[in-house]
Design a protein around this ligand. Structure first.
Ligand code: ADP
Ligand code: MG
Length: 256
C-alpha cells in the first residue's frame, strides 16, 4: 500500500562540527500525510536536522530518503525541486512586495512556459499566469489571508505574515513541509488559528509535515508522532501521549 512507503526516512543521521556532535545517529520515519514533531531542549540538534533535510548542511553520516531519492548529497535547490518546502523561524517574505507577488514567486518551480515566453507575451504564457494567479488565490483563501493579497507583506499583523509564508510554501505544491517553530512569537489566538491551518494542510491537502515547535500545546494537538532529541541523540520516539510521559523526556526538559 502507498501508506506503507514513508514520506521521509531518516537513518542514523550524524552531523559533526569541529569537536561537537550535533546529531548522533538519529533515526525517524515520517508516515505520509502525518505531522511528525521533532522536539527537544535548546541545542538538541533540531535546527541542524532541518538544515540537513533542506540541504543547507552536509551530513557526516547516515541517510535521508524521500521516496526513491537520497537527499544527503543534494544541494538545497534540488531538494526544493523534489517538493520539500521549508518555513523559517524568522520572517522571510520581502516586506514591500505584495503578498500576491510573493506567492507568485512560489509558483516559479511549476512554471512551464517560463520567463522567455512571458517576456514575449505569448498567449500560452498569459493563460498559464492566469492559472497560477487563480491557484494563489485558492491557497491564500485556504490559509485565510485572501483579503490581504494586495497588501505589502510587511504591513500585515505578525500572525498573518507567518500564514503568508506558509501560503508561499504551499504555492510550491510541496509533498513535504518543514516547519521551524511556526507559532513562535504569536498571540494565543494566532497560535490556535495557525494550528488549525496546519491541521488542514495535513488533512485536506494530504501534505506530510515535519514540525519543530517549542509550544507543547501545539505539538500535542497536531503531532501524529514525536521524536525527542537531547544533545544530538534520540531519547524518545512514538505517540505524543506516550512520549510526553517518558521519564527520559521529562528529565531532559527539567534539566534545561
Ligand atoms: P536546536 O535547534 O535544537 O536548538 P541546533 O541544531 O541549533 O539545536 O544546535 C545543536 C548543536 O550544534 C549546538 O551545540 C550548536 O551550538 C551546534 N551547532 C549548530 N550549528 C553549528 C555550526 N554551523 N557550527 C558549529 N556548531 C553548530
Ligand atoms: Mg533551533
Amino acid at each position: 500500500r502507498e501508506d506503507d512507503i514513508p514520506a521521509l526516512e531518516v537513518r542514523d543521521l550524524t552531523v559533526r562540527f569541529a569537536g561537537l556532535t550535533a546529531l548522533d545517529a538519529v533515526s525517524f520515519t515520517v508516515r505520509p500525510g502525518t505531522v511528525h514533531a521533532v522536539i527537544g531542549p535548546n541545542g538538541a540538534g533540531k535546527s541542524t536536522c532541518f538544515n540537513v533535510l533542506s540541504g543547507v548542511y552536509r551530513a557526516t553520516g547516515g541517510s535521508v530518503r524521500l521516496g526513491e531519492h537520497e537527499l544527503t548529497a543534494m544541494p538545497p535547490h534540488r531538494i526544493a525541486g523534489l517538493g520539500v518546502a521549508r518555513i523559517f523561524q524568522n520572517l522571510a517574505l520581502p516586506p514591500r512586495a505584495t503578498v500576491a507577488d510573493s506567492l507568485m514567486l512560489g509558483r516559479h518551480r511549476l512554471t512551464r512556459t517560463g520567463f522567455v515566453a512571458a517576456g514575449l507575451r505569448l498567449p500560452s504564457a498569459a493563460r498559464e499566469e492566469r492559472r497560477h494567479r487563480e491557484r494563489v488565490r485558492e491557497i491564500a483563501a485556504f490559509v485565510g489571508i485572501e483579503h490581504q493579497l494586495h497588501a505589502p507583506a510587511g504591513s500585515l499583523p505578525y500572525g498573518q505574515q507567518k500564514l503568508a509564508e506558509l501560503a508561499r510554501a504551499l504555492c510550491m505544491e510541496p509533498r513535504l513541509l518543514l516547519l521551524d517553530e511556526p507559532v513562535a512569537g504569536m498571540t494565543g489566538e494566532e497560535r490556535q488559528r495557525t494550528a488549525a491551518v496546519i491541521a488542514g494542510v495535513r488533512d485536506s491537502l494530504g501534505i506530510s509535515i515535519v514540525l519543530v515547535e517549542h509550544d507543547m500545546g501545539v505539538v500535542m494537538r497536531l503531532a501524529d508522532a514525536v521524536t525527542v532529541l537531547d544533545f544530538g541523540r534520540r531519547i524518545a520516539d512514538g505517540a505524543p501521549a506516550a512520549v510526553q510521559n517518558d521519564p527520559a523526556v521529562v528529565r531532559a526538559y527539567l534539566g534545561e
